[in-house]
Design a binder for this molecule. Structure first.
Ligand SMILES: *Cc1c(COP(=O)(O)O)cnc(C)c1O
Ligand code: SF4
Length: 331
């Protein structure tokens, strides 16, 4: 059994940063010098970090960063083919927040919280409260996973795993590292984009790979402007520590739906040592239909993107299909 060095809990402190997020639409619009709008009750609360807001252009109602987070009335309109749980996550749920769809790897819904609320999110209707990990449940989950030698990779997801306190994350990660069949720990997170300061030194130290158990951090960056200098600093630190950095983006109408924008994103990611991993065709979750790029236009975009980029910078263009044994290449 490989036992990786667990991080000593006492060296870690609770994550602190002073980003006071926007929780009211009109406060953000005010900050952006845009006209006020009626609050829309969509059932998925509005949440935008100060940092993310600071990357938006003032006075532009069509800013690609703003469009990702601004609730609109269209979210409430039913659209054919769009549903509450488009990926059948509830079917794949094995209890304790463990979702398994694919061979050898399972995804752990470590928390329901995020550092920002993205309107297109496919988990916007996921019943998080019944799946989130409380402190007391971490040991139970670890025992369950310890009895699953078929799982060589555990993906911490959510919500956003990097919104967990460093103490909780440390318990989870060191616990996973002590399970001999867990060969890789992956984190899927948008928190560094929304609030780079969350990646404090303690957290970076915790993410640094240990022998026999490397760490993969899959960021979620949709637009080149999301790569702020504050994020670049943290990314450089993680890279120096040996964390493999990948990115997944979602193809979103009005946000990043041109080959030019996707090419710029890929180039900007590479400049910071992050490799494009997936470009997702939108999951058909109720409330997100206004972000959809239809399949024909999406294929055309991707064909053009392929002609613009070296192969290693081309993200795999995929769609999720409930019950499939992997994500499905669109082309
Ligand atoms: C997307 C996803 C994964 C990861 O898939 P990869 O192709 O390995 O990136 C794993 N489990 C679940 C449930 C997923 O939705
Ligand atoms: S950060 Fe990720 S999980 Fe959270 S709302 Fe955005 S896309 Fe969804």
């Amino acid at each position: 059994m490989i036992t990786c060095n667990p991080i000593k809990q006492e060296t870690l402190s609770i994550v602190v940063d002073n980003d006071r997020p926007f929780v009211r639409i009109n406060d953000l619009l005010d900050y952006l010098e845009l006209p006020q709008q009626d609050e829309v009750d969509t059932g998925f609360p509005f949440l935008v970090s100060r940092h993310f807001a600071s990357l938006m252009a003032k006075g532009n109602p069509n800013d690609p960063l703003l469009l990702q987070v601004l609730p609109v009335a269209a979210e409430k309109e039913p659209s054919p083919g769009f549903c509450l749980d488009p990926l059948a996550d509830c079917d794949a749920h094995q209890g304790q927040g463990i979702l398994q769809k694919y061979h050898g790897r399972a995804l752990l819904v470590a928390t329901g919280a995020c550092a920002i609320h993205c309107r297109y999110c496919f988990r916007r209707h996921f019943p998080y409260t019944s799946h989130s990990l409380g402190n007391s449940q971490i040991d139970d989950v670890l025992s369950t996973l310890a009895e699953r030698p078929d799982l060589s990779e555990i993906i911490l997801s959510g919500g956003d795993p990097l919104t967990l306190s460093t103490d909780k994350l440390s318990r989870l990660i060191s616990g996973l590292r002590s399970i001999s069949h867990v060969k890789r720990i992956r984190l899927h997170s948008r928190a560094p984009v929304a609030r780079p300061s969350l990646l404090n030194d303690n957290l970076c130290r915790l993410l640094a790979p240990v022998a026999g158990c490397p760490t993969v951090l899959v960021l979620h960056i949709n637009h080149p402007r999301e790569i702020a200098p504050q994020l670049a600093d943290k990314v450089a630190k993680l890279r120096k520590d040996g964390v493999l950095l990948l990115n997944q983006a979602v193809l979103l109408k009005g946000v990043n739906d041109s080959a030019g924008c996707q090419a710029l994103l890929a180039e900007a990611l590479f400049e910071h040592g992050i490799l494009p991993y997936y470009l997702h065709q939108l999951d058909k979750v109720q409330g997100a239909a206004h972000f959809q790029v239809d399949d024909a236009a999406a294929r055309e975009l991707y064909a053009e993107l392929r002609s613009l980029l070296p192969g290693y910078l081309l993200p795999r263009f995929v769609v999720e299909s409930p019950g499939a044994s992997s994500k499905i290449p669109v082309m």
